[in-house]
Design a binder for this molecule. Structure first.
Ligand code: UDP
Ligand code: MG
Length: 317
């Protein structure tokens, strides 16, 4: 199969039929073998019954329905797990992304051997203050923290080699950082293509200003993953050990002073009922706990890596 087109959606009943027709025109014109996977991320409108209808009419159309709204990242992840095409395309359901871009994206993956190509909405049709300015700031910060040089991290239209989507785990709000996850997983050939972006035809945006707050918080995770990608838990181990050593040294020092006090008369209150002694003990305990948290994380990470190795052998069959 040439293409899997993955479309996450939340309450987009007005757009689905039109989007599907448009995609089919492009598929036919280029003679692609394809599947379209709609992921209904907990819609409360008629979206799901429309998807069911579309899949009855066309056996290349598949649907996944979530019990509730889990977010775009989880929706994409479910689509990635199901996708069978050589090239995976993700696009929004609201007709803002154009299916006409698909052939060129496909070509960049297959012939130019990109691992991932990300759309760049150079000309956006959203209000300047709600989106464009925060979005510029956001993309700048994302480039700085991740080292991935994209102009537009947020574009829903992207193309991937199949093996890439099978080897990344998209959770939380991470859908904006899939290129970073891909780079961390070892897929370094990442491209960008200017794509046509259109105003929303029906309904309204599902993301508010809170996306930027969540997006910026995720930057910390991304920075952390890029920086300590192989051994993120070593940071906790190191921090824990350091706290333990500081606590141990200061508690030891105070303890020795206390013993010393038994034999010599020291000037007032340095050692009796010294709160610093208890603070030192607490520091040691917290240090131990941090260290153990890091250790636990390390164990979990190792089991997870095994699972990932399994996935690779599955997809290269
Ligand atoms: N979406 C989703 N789950 C959500 C929010 C949005 O699947 O929790 C879908 C939405 O239906 C659309 C795509 O993600 O297909 C992009 O959302 P939207 O158009 O609201 O974002 P914007 O274009 O304003 O960035
Ligand atoms: Mg949109």
């Amino acid at each position: 199969m040439n293409l899997s087109i993955i479309i996450p959606l939340l309450n987009e009943e007005e757009s689905l039929q039109e989007l599907q027709n448009w995609i089919l025109t492009v598929m036919k014109a280029n003679n692609y073998s394809y599947e379209i996977i709609f992921i209904d991320d907990g819609s409360t409108d008629k979206s799901w019954s429309i998807i069911e209808q579309l899949s009855i009419e066309n056996s290349n159309v598949k649907g996944i329905r979530f019990l509730k709204n889990f977010g775009k990242s989880q929706a994409l992840h479910a689509g990635f797990a199901k996708a069978q095409g050589d090239v995976i395309i993700t696009m929004d359901a609201d007709l803002q992304d154009s299916p006409n871009e698909i052939p060129e994206l496909y070509d960049m993956i297959i012939n130019q051997k990109f691992d991932l190509v990300s759309g760049w909405k150079k000309k956006r049709y959203d209000s300047v203050f709600a989106k464009n300015i925060p979005s510029k700031l956001f993309n700048w910060a994302a480039r700085k923290t991740s080292g991935v040089q994209l102009n537009d991290f947020n574009c829903g239209l992207k193309a991937y080699k199949n093996i890439v989507v099978k080897n990344i785990e998209v959770s939380g709000e991470m859908h904006r950082y899939i290129p970073v996850l891909a780079k961390n997983a070892g897929f370094g050939k990442i491209g960008e293509k200017v794509v046509l972006h259109q105003p929303r035809k029906y309904g309204e945006t599902k993301f508010g200003m809170d996306r930027f707050i969540n997006g910026f918080l995720d930057l910390i995770t991304i920075w952390f993953l890029s920086r300590f990608g192989k051994r993120p838990m070593h940071l906790f181990g190191a921090l824990g050990s350091l706290m333990f050593i500081i606590g141990f040294l200061s508690a030891g020092f105070i303890g020795i002073m206390k013993l010393y006090k038994l034999y010599h008369d020291l000037p007032y209150g340095l050692v009796t009922n010294n709160p610093w002694f208890y603070i030192s003990l607490t520091t040691m305990i917290i240090g131990t706990q941090l260290f153990l948290a890091g250790f636990l994380g390390e164990i979990i990470l190792r089991t997870k890596n095994n699972e990932e190795r399994y996935k690779i052998s599955e997809t290269t069959k």
